[in-house]
Design a binder for this molecule. Structure first.
Ligand code: FAD
Length: 200
């Protein structure tokens, strides 16, 4: 699966986390002490300064992944409405079926046929004048949806990423978490390295 996650906006960075954290001490820093401070914040779980960084992602994912994302209530989500859009639905097809599957191809063919039938049915309903909000009832959990997701760095890292990078999380959702983690690593490198060190 290609997990499509783009960072479309961000408020704050590691320098801002340091600035917020130093408010309680009124102290001045330098690059080395700033780095140490960031590491200490993460190590000791002093998480409030991380909440001052907000990240906004554009996510293109199947509905079954989206259902898991939106369980993280500290985020704010805006999802494309299938009540009002009628574009051709796209469906997720696994590269590999997990479990005790003797014939991978057979499973793929069956599912592809099902998707073709669903697409046909959806199109027909719209052609017959059914409103999109009703025609969409035939669309499965594999249908791709698009959402914008705003979340602060603390809840993103210590909530979403901690839970969804874990082996216990659904593999497809984990792939989205890995794509998010790459962005966090790029934008908040010291915080991310300290987090990985803390998680062990
Ligand atoms: C491996 C795995 C399996 C799961 N299986 C299931 C399942 O079978 N069925 C199912 O329904 N869910 C399931 N979940 C979802 C899970 O129960 C959580 O709802 C989800 O992971 C969000 O976690 P959270 O509540 O910590 O995150 P958030 O909602 O982001 O909350 C973050 C923190 O804020 C607190 N918080 C946020 N909002 C409130 C509020 N309104 N009141 C009180 N505290 C609040 C939370 O307690 C939490 O500490 C699963 C999750 C995982 C990772």
């Amino acid at each position: 699966m290609t997990a499509s996650v783009k960072l479309i906006d961000m408020m704050g960075d590691e320098a801002f986390i340091v600035q917020v954290a130093r408010l309680s001490h009124k102290s001045e820093g330098n690059p080395e002490s700033d780095k140490r401070l960031l590491k200490q914040l993460v190590k000791r779980g002093h998480t409030t300064p991380l909440e001052f960084v907000q990240m906004v992602f554009d996510v293109d994912c199947p509905v079954f992944v989206e259902r898991q994302l939106i369980r993280h209530r500290t985020g704010t989500f805006m999802e494309k409405s299938l009540r009002h859009t009628t574009e051709e639905p796209r469906f997720y097809m696994p590269d590999k079926w997990r479990g005790t599957v003797a014939d991978q191809t057979q499973a793929t063919i069956l599912v592809q046929r099902t998707y073709d039938h669903i697409s046909h049915c959806y199109r027909r309903l719209l052609e017959w004048g059914v409103v999109p909000e009703q025609a969409r009832i035939v669309l499965p959990l594999a249908t791709y949806t698009q959402l914008n997701w705003r979340v602060d760095a603390h809840n993103l890292i210590n909530g979403f990423l901690r839970q969804r990078l874990d082996k216990a999380a659904q593999q497809e959702t984990r792939e989205y978490a890995q794509a998010v983690a790459e962005i966090v690593k790029d934008k908040l490198p010291v915080v991310w390295a300290a987090t990985l060190a803390k998680w062990g």
